[in-house]
Design a protein around this ligand. Structure first.
Ligand code: ZN
Length: 144
């Protein structure tokens, strides 16, 4: 797809530091990563939403990311490995794999607050829904 940085890499129109490639997926070192020892894995087919991938392709993307996560752990020994799909950034489904060395290396904007002029993060700022609300969500997610 035009103007898609991942498609440009797949098509050889942009350079990348390739970690892994097969007929279905590619894994590279991302340009804009919080930590350089990160990876982003994406299918070679341009599909915007990760949840629109065929399940077998999504599983393959995540399996490649899992293997790279183990490699990051062996090579760089961070405290933890984070993995995730956040759905923003490049509009081409992708799976992020990154080292973590602090509980707040991955944060949600709802965790942020300002204290004494500094932005801080805490889980205490995340609302805890009622049991009824959580049961209603669980019931809705159990449906086919
Ligand atoms: Zn694309």
């Amino acid at each position: 797809m035009a103007n898609c940085p991942f498609c440009e890499i797949i098509n050889g129109q942009a350079e990348a530091s390739v970690i892994y490639e097969d007929e279905l997926v590619m894994a590279i070192v991302p340009l804009h990563a919080p930590y350089p020892e990160s990876a982003v894995v994406f299918p070679k087919q341009h599909i915007d939403h990760f949840t629109d991938l065929p399940k077998s392709l999504a599983t393959h993307v995540m399996n490649v990311g899992f293997d790279i996560g183990q490699k990051i752990m062996r090579e760089y020994a961070p405290g933890r490995i984070g993995m995730g799909v956040h759905g923003y950034g490049v509009a081409h489904a992708h799976f992020n794999v990154f080292p973590q060395n602090h509980p707040f290396d991955v944060v949600f904007r709802k965790m942020a607050y300002v204290k004494e002029g500094e932005v801080k993060f805490a889980f205490k700022n995340l609302p805890i829904p009622s049991r009824d609300a959580m049961d209603a969500i669980a019931e809705r997610l159990r449906k086919d």
